[in-house]
Design a protein around this ligand. Structure first.
Ligand code: ATP
Length: 809
């Protein structure tokens, strides 16, 4: 790639960045295409009052690079002022004189104490104490909480030691939002497959990649649980100064196989937390709130946040209750049996929470989260049920609930609350108009004396291993004179319109524009915003992969350091098992309790959808899409896939609405009866404390057979051809149609078959992998807990679920 070369700014150089003047104090370091400086700013940051900031200067050669940076800036804006996220201050973009490249300036909070990696390197001999590990983990997790709490959630996708910085007060803060995305649903055609594959390769770090990222054939979404996996690797690394899969590579990642070093010694509970975060099945990993709850428990502290997943589930529950309440008062309700009516009456005591929506927004959630009293209006009956239902309150009953800390409050009120009034942000641009206040400063002459690389000097020999360090030489700033000057500025508001609502969704939309360009071939330039390890040039690479994908060429990815698969080391499994099994009271069930609750609700919704839809080969993927519609993944793919419209639109348009017309009395009656049954079942089920074993997570089923297949699968980071992709699905498609045709007309529609991507059929090509051949197929190696938890019959679960939560249609 043609990397624009730029000189360094001299100390004392004054720039205008948005509405701030920034006077360069000193050059700090360089990222991939970024120069990083400390600067004095005026006016001081409104939030922190600090007059010292970090200035990141990035050269991007084209608009696509600009868009990638815009996504990064948008993410920073969304997370601004969270105590554990490097806070955004201002930004600015300018066009170079030659009109080819752009220069982007981002002002952000300055983390004076450098990176976590620097701190770890000060402790090579005296490794971190468990209390220190927990503190780092707690604060980092709080930064990620801010992302996952958004609706739709943002996935960081590049959580690693190098992306945590330390502020002057000693707070740990998450940085580098250049890889952020929304939830990515499983690809459903070769183009999407190749795109997602390459996007993952270029925007994630090999050692932190989750199994579902490496093996896209699993058909699992890339969602918050992928971040949880990366956090598990992160936790392991702050404990042991190496990643769990450092030597064994992707094979070990795919089966969550690793060992715990014997030094340093950490408690079984801490190791068990790592084990849970590194569960092979995403649905078995804790969510971010549960991670923080457990870390807080280990710290013997109150958890600083409340479980928003749980609160959403409660909100959903209340919504169901209010729905049934309203139904109780319409005339057609008269036929309801006395028994049902009593149940309805019981439920009518529930005071509906304000503005409850089917998909609760952060407004309602934040009310929960910021004022405990908001929970009290719920009826005593309902509250009692929630308290006695281990599937709902288990995490909170074990952790003392406390009001949110100030920073979390500010997260919801100062940052997220405006999203509810999204119009406020309509005119906001990702970058301030550079024409407004930009004071061009001619590039200073090169002064190598300014070269003050804080992170590379005096590095001990046994420096903590990381990609950044191994590639450090590549980060050396280019000291050649810059061909780029910044004396011509251009407003980018027209050529790069920001999504109207500055929400997680806008980021997702912004990112989704990448795919559109890939498909339409709008432009083929590269995006330079990421470095050799963390490159964001997924647009260019996506073109590449599309080109190569069909020609069979291999992907050339400069960041994703391939693991040496020959180093596959299975020996650690026994050690791993021994250690994990020795942990006291593995809290899998604790972690999965409110997840289960969510899963139940998701499942219920899913079944409702399923029952209302004709089974088709596309239905499962479409179902995913609907499940993920809140997350913006629908935008991410549906709006940009070249095949989606012809394939999915008919399904979408043919989809019956769940709400039937009031004029249709029969339907209404069915519906009301169904609601009565559902409420009745809900009440019954909330009273029993059965440990409902759910194999689902985020609307996905975990199939034991699929698990077996997955274990037999191997790394498949190769472009997939159309033919191969189609072959993979043909047999399943046939069976889908057969099953739908066989269906007796008089019977209610059966739920569509199990999602295609979770079926066990694996194309023969998969078995030809060199990795596969090294391990006999019958050998099933996995972490112990995975086997225990995943070993459930999904059909039974579905049947049980249907029985407990009958569909209203
Ligand atoms: N807010 C900050 N305060 C202090 N130092 C910072 C800050 N932001 C970044 N840095 C330093 O600059 C380095 C590069 O920053 P960053 O990772 O954001 O750039 P990048 O171009 O995205 O790099 P990468 O190649 O890692 O993706 C960081 O590793 C860190 O040492």
């Amino acid at each position: 790639m043609n990397t624009p070369q730029i000189s360094l700014y001299e100390p004392g150089t004054v720039l205008t960045v948005g509405s701030h003047h920034a006077k360069i104090i000193k050059y700090l370091t360089s990222g991939g295409f970024a120069q990083v400086y400390s600067a004095e700013i005026s006016p001081p940051d409104a939030y922190s009052s600090a007059n010292k900031a970090c200035l990141k200067r990035v050269i991007v050669p084209d608009k696509q690079g600009l868009n990638t940076l815009r996504a990064e800036v948008d993410a920073m804006k969304l997370l601004k002022n969270n105590k554990h996220v490097v806070s955004y201050i201002d930004s600015h973009a300018a066009k170079s004189v030659n009109g080819v490249a752009y220069e982007v300036f981002v002002l952000m909070e300055y983390c004076e104490r450098g990176g976590l990696i620097d701190f770890m390197n000060t402790r090579l001999k005296n490794r971190l104490q468990e209390s220190e590990v927990l503190e780092i983990m707690s604060q980092t997790v709080q930064g990620i909480v801010a992302m996952h709490a958004l609706q739709p959630p943002l996935i960081h996708r590049d959580i690693k030691i190098e992306n945590v910085l330390i502020s002057h007060e000693g707070l740990y803060k998450v940085c580098d939002f250049g890889s952020v995305s929304g939830v990515i649903r499983p690809p459903k055609n070769p183009q999407e497959f190749n795109y997602v594959q390459h996007d993952i390769l270029t925007n994630t770090t090999a050692q932190y990649r989750s199994p579902e990222m490496i093996d896209l054939y699993r058909g699992l979404p890339i969602d918050e649980k992928s971040d949880i996996w990366a956090l598990g690797v992160f936790l392991y690394k702050i404990c042991y100064y190496t990643t769990p899969f450092e030597k064994s590579g992707e094979t070990a990642i795919l089966h969550a196989r690793y060992q715990y070093p014997s030094f340093p010694q950490y408690s079984d509970r801490l190791k068990n937390l790592i084990r849970l975060m590194l569960m092979e099945a995403p649905s078995q990993r804790p969510n971010i709130c549960q991670v923080l709850e457990e870390v807080s428990r280990l710290q013997n502290r109150s958890c600083p946040i409340r479980n928003f997943y749980l609160l959403r589930a409660m909100n959903q529950n209340a919504h169901l209750a209010s729905e049934s309440t309203s139904m109780a008062y319409i005339p057609a309700q008269q036929h309801i049996s006395q028994h049902s009516f009593q149940n309805i009456k019981g439920m009518t005591n529930i005071v509906p929470l304000t503005n409850i929506k089917t998909a609760p927004n952060l407004d309602s959630v934040s009310k929960f989260m910021n004022n405990n009293d908001r929970i009290e209006p719920m009826s005593q009956l309902h509250t009692q049920k929630l308290q006695t239902d281990p599937n709902i309150l288990n995490p909170l009953t074990k952790t003392k609930s406390v009001p949110l800390s100030d920073d979390f409050t500010s997260l919801y009120y100062k940052e997220l609350h405006p999203f509810q009034k999204s119009h406020t942000f309509k005119s906001v641009e990702s970058f301030q108009s550079p024409q407004r206040k930009y004071i061009p400063s001619s590039p200073p002459p090169i002064n190598s004396n300014n070269y003050d690389r804080v992170s590379t000097i005096n590095r001990p020999n046994n420096y903590v291993d990381s990609e950044t360090q191994t590639l450090d030489s590549m980060a050396t700033p280019n000291l050649k004179p810059s061909p780029i000057t910044t004396n011509k500025t251009t407003s980018f508001s027209k050529e790069s319109t920001v999504a109207e609502n500055v929400t997680g969704g806008s980021i997702v939309r912004s990112l989704s524009s990448k795919l559109k360009r890939v498909i339409t071939g709008e432009s083929r330039s590269s995006s330079p915003t990421k470095s050799r390890q963390n490159t964001g040039d997924s647009i260019r690479s996506a073109f590449g992969i599309l080109r190569h994908g069909f020609t069979g060429s291999s992907i050339n990815n400069n960041r994703s350091t391939s693991f040496d698969n020959n180093n596959g080391n299975n020996n650690g499994n026994s050690v791993s098992r021994r250690l994990t099994s020795s942990s006291s009271n593995p809290p899998s069930s604790n972690f999965s309790s409110d997840t289960k609750r969510q899963e139940e609700l998701d499942k219920k919704r899913k079944l409702e959808h399923r029952r209302s839809m004709p089974p088709s080969i596309l239905s499962d993927f479409d179902q995913h899409e609907r499940n993920n519609s809140r997350t913006g993944s629908r935008d991410y793919y549906r709006s940009h896939s070249p095949v989606k419209k012809s394939q999915t639109m008919p399904t979408t348009t043919a989809r019956p609405t769940l709400k039937s017309s009031n004029s249709d009395i029969n339907v209404n009656q069915d519906k009301k009866e169904s609601i009565q049954r559902r409420v009745h079942n809900l009440l019954n089920n909330s009273e029993d404390s059965l440990g409902y074993k759910s194999a689902s997570g985020y609307g996905k089923y975990t199939d034991t057979e699929a698990e077996k297949s997955n274990r037999q699968s191997s790394v498949r980071i190769t472009p997939i051809s159309e033919e191969r992709f189609n072959n993979y699905h043909t047999s399943n498609a046939m069976s889908d149609h057969t099953s739908s045709n066989d269906k007796p007309k008089s019977r209610p529609p059966r739920p569509p078959p199990k999602p295609l991507h979770l079926r066990t059929k694996i194309p023969n090509t998969r078995c030809s992998s060199h990795l596969q051949s090294r391990r006999p197929p019958e050998e099933r190696i996995s972490s112990e807990a995975t086997e225990t938890i995943v070993d459930v019959n999904v059909d039974d679960l579905e049947a049980d679920f249907r029985k407990r939560f009958p569909s209203k249609v």
